[in-house]
Write a protein that binds this ligand. Structure first.
Ligand SMILES: Cc1cc2nc3c(=O)[nH]c(=O)nc-3n(C[C@H](O)[C@H](O)[C@H](O)COP(=O)(O)OP(=O)(O)OC[C@H]3O[C@@H](n4cnc5c(N)ncnc54)[C@H](O)[C@@H]3O)c2cc1C
Ligand code: SF4
Length: 531
């Protein structure tokens, strides 16, 4: 779908995009055009539905908007105001959500593992977390389809449900080799991939050039983001992507059905009518929108009859450990999450915690690397020395499966954004299991780097990835949406983003979010929304 005119944007496709009138009743209006929203929009456009995705942020043009500069990439993130609190507050902004067509996939690292079958029944198997109302087997065909569409490159994956990938693995960088060396010496199984990054030409997308700017937008389009994969296909099949459109509330009619959304565009309040509404604003903004949609039928927020909207929001414990090596490593020279291990993913009966963690390569660019050094308490001259030494450092990251807790929740704050909409407040506190996991994961990274020959190591505690807040459940007492992502309270309202995950595993979430959205599209195409 990409042009051959030397630019990275198909301007003709955008110029000829179908444009619906606010008064026209759509088959479906989608709020948010990221991982989940774009896949849903594309699938239903292909079914001939009249569908528009309303996206708060801009319609990015890689050539115009993206820069080869870490600090200059900040506009890619959701930098609108939010309030944080709790015992272990989660900084929001550059590390957790995006804003603009493509959503967070524009600046995600492209790492696309599947969840394990055990993730779908952690309560039954391990007595923690929650059981999903669907099984891994029900999601597997959607994982396979998306891995082919993105496409995903990687070695045969031995963990969870063992499987291969459509494209062969990328060559291993200096950082990846250090990780492999450490693991080999400790007897830890390790693999290359899976990443949604082209290993060879794919359509009009070129081969990855291994500059390591994946978190800054990938100017060459080698890394898949829905901006360059599913959005062009959606446009080609008659969808509208309406950027700069911040949805304030979902409208509910007298019959208790969703009838459209109220949104702001160019400073003007508008209404878009639709026969069904899907919310895909991610784990903070989706609960915020449901709560801000309080109305006569739902005085505490849409779908919040059981006080579940905004609860069970999760982040993964994502400590990073860096090791210093005598040779030049140049850890930025590759996609950041190139090599990884899921050998510690499942519950170890000997451990003092349930569930587990994965370990991945992380190749922070200099500013992010400076944050490591500052977190160690270094400043001024010493900080400068560390930064001059940047090319000798190798960084690993863990993803620890922190548990879903009801008190970790999004509520509405008194503060309002520039549209006058109450902003989200996110309170977060870790439990003992979370802390024990983070300790174990951090220790493992140091062991691996030591075994590889590190002369010195530094570790920082971090969080990554947001999910939950409108979770799937078997019934309205345990979930906001059902197994098909349909709201229990409003029959033609869907949630198709990361907020529906009941647990998060130790895997990066984007592929699972896309797979769930694709499954929901099949359900909708079967006639469900008109029921
Ligand atoms: C730095 C970084 C690296 C990451 N790396 C990885 C990785 O390697 N692998 C992985 O799997 N995951 C990764 N993630 C996480 C992943 O990108 C997200 O989990 C995923 O994109 C979430 O999908 P989503 O559909 O729920 O939301 P998003 O993709 O965030 O899309 C939500 C969209 O909704 C829009 N929106 C929100 N509210 C409104 C509203 N009221 N009106 C209109 N529009 C609205 C937002 O602007 C946004 O564009 C990373 C995230 C970050 C921040
Ligand atoms: S390393 Fe590859 S995928 Fe990442 S930004 Fe560079 S070209 Fe894109």
């Amino acid at each position: 779908m990409l042009p051959n005119d030397g630019s990275r944007t198909n301007h003709a496709l955008r110029a000829s995009m179908r444009r619906f009138d606010d008064e026209e009743e759509l088959d479906l209006v989608v709020v948010g055009c990221g991982a989940g929203g774009a896949v849903l929009t594309q699938r239903l456009a292909r079914k001939g539905w009249k569908v528009a995705a309303l996206e708060a942020g801009p319609f990015w043009e890689p050539d115009r908007d993206w820069v080869s500069d870490e600090a200059g990439s900040h506009p890619l993130y959701w930098t609108e105001p939010r309030v944080i609190g709790g015992g272990d507050p989660v900084p929001l902004g550059s590390n957790n959500s995006g804003r603009g067509v493509g959503g967070s996939t524009v600046h995600f690292a492209g790492y696309t593992p599947r969840l394990h079958p055990s993730d779908f029944q952690t309560y039954t198997a391990d007595g923690v977390g929650a059981d999903w109302p669907i099984t891994y087997q029900e999601l597997r065909p959607y994982y396979e389809a998306l891995e082919a569409e993105l496409p995903v490159a990687g070695q045969h994956w031995p963990w969870g449900d063992p499987h291969g990938y459509p494209h062969s693995p990328h060559p291993v960088s200096g950082l990846g080799m250090i990780f492999q060396r450490g693991c080999q010496r400790l007897g830890i199984d390790v693999r290359v991939g899976p990443v949604a990054i082209t290993n060879g030409r794919f359509g009009n997308r070129p081969h990855c050039i291994y500059r390591g700017f994946c978190l800054q937008g990938c100017k060459v389009n080698a890394k898949a983001s829905t901006l360059i994969t599913h959005v062009p296909d959606a446009l080609a099949h008659g969808a509208e992507i309406r950027s700069g459109s911040m949805v304030r509330s979902i409208e509910i009619d007298d019959r208790g059905r969703a009838s459209g959304v109220v949104y702001f565009r160019d400073g003007v309040e508008r209404r878009q009518r639709a026969r069904a509404v899907a919310v895909a604003g991610y784990a903070i903004e989706t609960p915020r929108l449901l709560l801000n949609s309080a109305c006569r039928q739902f005085p505490d927020g849409v779908g919040n009859d059981h006080d579940l909207v905004g609860r069970y929001v999760m982040v993964q414990g994502a400590a990073q450990t860096a090791g210093r090596f005598p040779e030049e490593v140049r850890m930025y020279k590759a996609p950041p999450p190139e090599v990884s291990t899921e050998a510690f993913y499942e519950t170890d009966p000997r451990a003092d915690y349930r569930r587990g963690y994965s370990v991945q390569c992380i190749g922070p660019l200099p500013i992010t690397w400076a944050e490591h050094v500052v977190a160690e308490g270094h400043w001024g001259h010493v900080l400068r020395e560390y930064l001059c030494d940047y090319v000798h450092w190798a960084t690993l990251g863990v993803l620890c499966e922190f548990l879903p807790l009801p008190g970790n929740r999004v509520t509405l704050d008194e503060e309002r954004d520039r549209h006058g909409i109450p902003v989200a407040r996110f309170d977060y506190t870790q439990c003992d299991n979370d802390r024990a996991l983070m300790r174990a994961g951090s220790q493992k990274m140091a062991e691996i780097l030591d075994a590889a020959g590190a002369q010195d190591t530094v570790t920082i505690a971090r969080y990554a990835h947001l999910v939950g807040g409108a979770r799937m459940g078997a019934g309205p007492e345990t979930g906001v949406v059902d197994r098909n992502l349909r709201s229990f309270a409003v029959p033609n309202l869907y949630v198709t983003d990361g907020s529906v995950l009941p647990t998060q595993g130790a895997a990066n979430p984007a592929l699972t979010i896309m797979a769930l959205a694709a499954r929901c599209a099949d359900h909708l195409a079967g006639g469900a929304a008109s029921a």
